[in-house]
Design a protein around this ligand. Structure first.
Ligand SMILES: [Zn+2]
Length: 358
């Protein structure tokens, strides 16, 4: 196979490089300044020719300055290669070509994602800085459009292919199989600071912590960047309740056909906007909005999500569409209002009448 040939070719290269470096070190007579890079490559790559080594020795004798140590190639690490150096193993960095998108007025994450046939999650996956921004998607912002659904991950020191795969709950093979990542058989070495596309991953699985306060008012009380009004509007157009609030179901379920609009019940900051993995699986696609006044609202079982974690929304904004994801027996919205983590009866705060469809 091609890969294996390359591997053996590389491996023999290592032994030659290592041998050359060791011989030079042992002689203690090598001087960097006196040798050009080309000569160095020859001297290290062909250690069995004694004439070249001796030549180096002669030059050293002429200039008796202290000698810098030659870096010895690292051969036995399994995860990270040192930064590029002429004497060390050369690993090809990833070679990505990404389309860019400039955000236009009125564009939502869903509109942009649809344009390129990717999910709104992937928009966040390619531009993780969006999750740290508390502002709306800014007009004029440049977004990376990943060619496949996933996350663009920056490799940090100490990370391995396995640790990255585990972080996103994908298999290492999925990362290897994505050709532009340039991960080569058999070591699949990672280049620090390079960026890997992790197909199938979602950055939305990480909770975003809403800013607690940005300033204090005249009375010294904390001021949120975005405050709720303290009033709550219905998250859906329909008011047909299929399941009421009780101890086992601390929410209301409102019937809605698949793909009906879902609105922000009050102004706030989106703190979660993704499929609710792990113990939250039941919620399916979930949006959580923190209203900055101790209250949060939860919108579950959505078919699609139109907001990012960190985005601020105003009461009545369209944030997604109803669906049947997670533990759900038909399209509806599961809606919670939490008061400092206590799940209250939403009907105590939602104005207007409703129908009993239970
Ligand atoms: Zn429910």
């Amino acid at each position: 196979m091609m890969n294996e040939q390359r591997f053996w070719h590389r491996l023999s290269g290592h032994f030659i490089l290592a041998g050359g470096a060791l011989i030079l070190l042992a002689l203690g007579q090598f001087q960097w300044g006196g040798v050009t890079e080309t000569e160095l490559a020859v001297a290290t790559a062909v250690p069995t020719q004694p004439s070249l080594v001796e030549e180096t020795g002669v030059e050293t004798a002429v200039t008796p300055t202290p000698l810098p140590l030659i870096p010895i190639p690292v051969l036995n690490d399994s995860s990270l290669v040192p930064l590029p150096n002429p004497l060390t193993y050369q690993t090809k960095p990833p070679a990505h070509t990404f389309q860019m998108h400039e955000v236009a007025r009125g564009e939502t994450p869903n509109i942009i994602a649809d344009k390129y046939g990717i999910s709104a999650d992937t928009l966040l996956g390619g531009n993780s800085w969006l999750s740290q921004e508390s502002n709306q998607l800014q007009v004029g912002a440049q977004l990376i459009i990943l060619p496949v659904d996933g996350v663009l991950h920056k490799v940090r020191a100490g990370e391995t292919l396995e640790s990255i795969a585990e972080l996103y709950r994908v298999t290492p093979q999925a990362i290897i199989d994505y050709a532009p990542n340039n991960l080569e058989f058999p070591f699949y070495r990672l280049v620090p600071e390079s960026e890997l596309v992790v197909p199938g991953a979602s950055i939305g699985q990480f909770f975003f912590t809403a800013p607690k306060s940005v300033a204090t008012n005249a009375a010294g009380q904390p001021q949120w960047k975005v405050f709720g009004t303290g009033t709550y509007i219905w998250p859906s157009n329909g008011r047909c309740i299929t399941q009421f609030y009780n101890g086992f179901h601390p929410a209301v379920d409102v019937s809605a056909s698949e793909g009906s609009p879902v609105y922000a019940s009050d102004t706030g900051t989106v703190t979660y906007a993704s499929f609710a993995a792990g113990t939250y699986y039941d919620y399916g696609n979930l949006i959580v909005i923190n209203h900055g006044n101790g209250f949060e609202t939860f919108y579950a079982h959505l078919s699609s999500i139109g907001v990012f974690p960190g985005q601020t929304v105003t009461q009545g904004d369209l944030i997604g569409f109803t669906g049947n994801t997670g533990r759900s027996s038909g399209p509806h919205i599961h809606f919670e209002i939490r008061d400092n983590d206590f799940r209250t009866n939403p009907l105590d705060r939602l104005g207007g009448g409703y129908q009993n469809c239970s």
